[in-house]
Write a protein that binds this ligand. Structure first.
Ligand code: PLP
Length: 365
């Protein structure tokens, strides 16, 4: 059997984040086991999908749930379900949907690569400012949904999500929250929908440590029933976003594991690792290591901010980031600017915190 090594592909220690370019996350052992078991038999896929999603809905305190091939797929399917909500027979109209509710409202400051999933199905994306007036004015008879993205794009000047939901409810327009990387805290699996968002979307392949090609859509039953109609094994927009029996069982195992996980212990591991790094690296001339919080996508976990003085260390921060990646072992860290980068303990396997420290000491000392 060919390995990564046989292919000349180096394994990477991930001190960056759950980023897709380095493989997202490592599947939890329970998930690998569930996928292996699932792979060994044929089953009725529709029946399995229904059972799995009922169980995930119950576990996450949501009305309904859907497993798809990633959060990006979830964005596309959620938007499509809202477009079709009032015209359920228009299953095969996409992307020619001008006769349907073809507009999606997006806050301009949230625009990001993933919003292509909205345009891809033919919607007109209406970008607005963060104000009640702008939102009220943008909502028309053609509005199918309002998208709210969570992650590095959020700023203190954003409208509060609760206010967006309140206005959307007055117009009976669904609010969809893309919370792909908003785990932890685990409570986010129900927080957004309990606030009144119609659907909340999560990556299965980030902190859930489920299959890399999996994602969750949680929330309103009527909208998720539409997603079922247009998705695998049915024909429609979602057919090309297929998940198999393996991803279904793996995602359920990931959700079960995540709910039972010791989240306090995990946060404590991040704190002690950041402390280890700060103590070790602050001993070097021209290097300042400090605890930073929250981390990359706003998760409530500590990470370590390194500031380097090029005059002393002899390298810029981007040069150090590249050298860590090119080194042996290869270590991915989170780039920031010319003088700073982050080390993130969130995605490390046990023992790797020490390797990261040693490599940084060797490179910066
Ligand atoms: C990671 C991410 C996605 C994409 O998630 P996948 O599961 O890789 O498809 C979408 N939106 C945001 C905000 C993300 O952080």
């Amino acid at each position: 059997m060919t390995s990564y090594q046989d292919l000349g592909i180096r394994k990477i220690i991930n001190a960056f984040a759950t980023v897709t370019i380095y493989g997202g996350s490592i599947m939890a052992p329970e998930v690998v086991q569930a996928m292996t078991d699932a792979a060994g038999s044929f089953v009725d896929l529709k029946a399995l999908h229904r059972k799995i999603t009922e169980r995930i809905a119950e576990l996450t305190q949501n009305e309904d749930a859907y497993v798809t091939s990633g959060a990006a797929a979830g964005i596309l399917l959620s938007a499509a379900a809202c477009v079709m909500h009032k015209t359920p027979d228009d299953l095969f109209s996409f992307p020619n949907i001008d006769h349907m509710k073809n507009e999606v409202i997006l806050f301009g400051s949230h625009a990001n690569g993933y919003d292509f999933g909205l345009r891809q199905i033919g919607t007109r994306v209406i970008e607005i400012e963060h104000s009640r007036d702008a939102l009220n004015e943008a909502i028309t008879g053609k509005t199918s949904s309002i998208f709210w993205f969570l992650g590095t794009m959020n700023q203190a000047t954003d409208m509060p999500l609760a206010e967006v939901i309140e206005i959307a409810n007055q117009h009976q327009v669904p609010v969809i929250v893309d919370a792909a990387a908003q785990l932890p805290p685990v409570e986010n699996l129900w927080n957004f929908t309990q606030m009144g968002a119609s659907l909340a979307i999560f990556s299965g392949g980030k902190d859930l440590r489920g299959p890399q090609a999996s994602g969750l859509i949680l929330g309103r039953h009527d909208l998720i029933e539409i997603i079922r109609r247009l998705s695998n094994p049915n024909q429609g927009l979602g057919r090309s976003l297929k998940v198999g029996k393996e991803e279904l069982m793996g995602t359920l195992a990931a959700v079960e594991r995540y709910l039972a996980m010791d989240h306090a212990g995990r946060a404590a591991y991040c704190e002690s690792t950041v402390k280890l790094w700060c103590e070790g690296l602050n001993a070097l001339d021209g290097v300042t290591a400090t605890r930073d919080y929250p981390n990359e996508a706003g998760q409530p976990l500590a990470w370590c901010l390194l500031t380097v003085d090029q005059a002393v260390v002899g390298k810029t921060a981007p040069e150090i980031v590249q050298a860590l990646l090119d080194g042996d072992p290869a270590i991915a860290v989170a780039p920031m600017n010319e003088t700073q980068f982050h080390l993130n303990p969130m995605t490390l396997e046990a023992g790797e915190e020490q390797i990261v420290l040693e490599r940084c000491l060797a490179l910066l000392g």
